[in-house]
Structure formats: structure tokens, C-alpha cells
Design a protein around this ligand. Structure first.
Ligand code: GRF
Length: 214
């Protein structure tokens, strides 16, 4: 079983999708070892406790900078012998040291089709506002490995979502979560834990057929 830590900062809907998929046996070979929150007030903490997953708080607000926060986080991940780290609605940018320590072992979910509408500043509702302002007809979500450049790592899975004429940033955010984020994030975790992801340069190859999933 791959010892996995989920990093959270907020409501934890992405975390919930992982907990549920794991409960239904849709994530193979994964142990949800820890949920680590950068925010002591995050509702994600309650979701983890309800699911019986150990919770740790590494409060971003008490650290003076990204480096010291990331070091504390890295110490906790090493302590827990974590193999896979998943950023699920996690709002902090991490240091070079931490990203390097978990190179090709840290997965993030981003609510657009990378390389569109991503990078520094594209988070939360701002992504969907930008999508609607631009007038694109489809958007979606991307599960990718984390590298030092924000939202730039090798892409594992993407799923497209249609945009409706009467969408608001809020309705679009919800549909992208329901139709894309909550599906491809658990799927990417399962593929990693089954050791089916092979990374060649920035291309991620998926071993075996996806048709037999779930
Ligand atoms: C949403 O903005 C979603 O698009 C993004 O994370 C936020 C959800 O956070 N990926 P959470 O998982 O409910 O904490």
C-alpha cells in the first residue's frame, strides 16, 4: 500500500472525493495515512476526522516564509514515511526543497485545462472568471505532478467540461469540480498507487488500459 498524505487548506471537497472513492474501492493500493492542513479552521479537518484519517495541522500563518513552512511540512511527511503527496485544494506554494524531495511523487489538481488559465494568481474563482471573460467554450480540470513552476508539471489526466451561456464563475466552478476534479483526482491517485504512471521527460504514460477502470 502506498502511504499517502493529502494536503488541504479549505472546504475539503476534493479530499471528500478521495475519501469516497477509496471507500468504494475505486482507489487501488492506497493507504490514506494523513491529512495535513495549512489552516487550523479548514472544514476539511472535520471531513478527515469523520473518515477516521489522522489529521495534522501545519499552520501556514505562524511561519515567516515559504521555506520555514515547507521545512516543517517536509519533516512531518518524512516522519510519517509518506510516499505520495496530494495537493487537494491546497493553497500554499511550496519550497524548492520540498518539491524536489517529492519529485514525481506529488500530485496537484487544477481547475482548468492546463496550459490555459493556470499559473500564479489563477486560483479559486479567478480561474473561472478568466475562462468566462475569454469566452472559451470548454474548460475542465487537470491532474498533474508538481514541479517548481506553478501548474507546469507533467500532466497525468485531464477532463473537459462544457461551458453554458448562462454560467457564472460560481456555477462553472461547481460543475468543473463535480464533472472533472472529483473524478480525475482519485483516478490519478489510483494510477500512481498501482505504479502505472511512467514519466518520460514531461510526458506521462499510463500503463495498461483505462477502459477497465472502476
Ligand atoms: C476549488 O477552487 C477547486 O476548483 C480547487 O480547489 C477548490 C476546492 O477546494 N481545485 P476544496 O477541495 O473544497 O478544499
Amino acid at each position: 500500500m502506498v502511504k499517502t498524505a493529502i494536503l488541504v487548506s479549505g472546504g475539503g471537497t476534493n479530499l471528500q472525493s478521495i475519501i469516497d472513492a477509496n471507500l468504494f474501492g475505486e482507489i487501488k493500493n492506497c493507504e490514506l495515512t494523513a491529512v495535513i492542513s495549512s489552516n487550523p479552521e479548514a472544514y476539511a479537518i472535520e471531513r478527515a476526522q469523520y473518515a477516521g484519517i489522522p489529521v495534522y495541522i501545519v499552520d501556514r500563518s505562524i511561519f515567516p516564509n515559504r521555506q520555514s513552512f515547507s521545512k516543517a511540512l517536509l519533516d512531518k511527511l518524512i516522519d510519517l514515511e509518506i510516499e505520495l503527496v496530494v495537493c487537494a485544494g491546497f493553497k500554499s506554494i511550496l519550497s524548492h526543497l520540498l518539491v524536489k524531495a517529492f519529485e514525481n511523487r506529488m500530485i496537484n489538481i487544477h481547475p482548468s485545462l492546463i496550459p490555459a488559465f493556470c499559473g500564479p494568481g489563477f486560483n479559486g474563482l479567478r480561474v473561472h472568471e478568466a475562462v468566462l471573460d475569454y469566452g472559451v467554450k470548454v474548460t475542465g480540470a487537470t491532474a498533474h505532478f508538481v514541479t517548481e513552476v506553478v501548474d507546469d508539471g507533467p500532466i497525468i489526466l485531464q477532463k473537459a467540461v462544457e461551458i453554458y451561456e448562462d454560467d457564472t464563475p460560481q456555477t462553472l466552478q461547481r460543475r468543473v469540480m463535480e464533472e472533472a476534479e472529483w473524478k480525475i483526482l482519485p483516478e490519478a491517485i489510483s494510477l500512481f498507487c498501482q505504479r502505472r504512471l511512467v514519466i518520460e521527460e514531461r510526458i506521462v504514460r499510463i500503463m495498461g488500459s483505462l477502459d477497465n477502470e472502476s
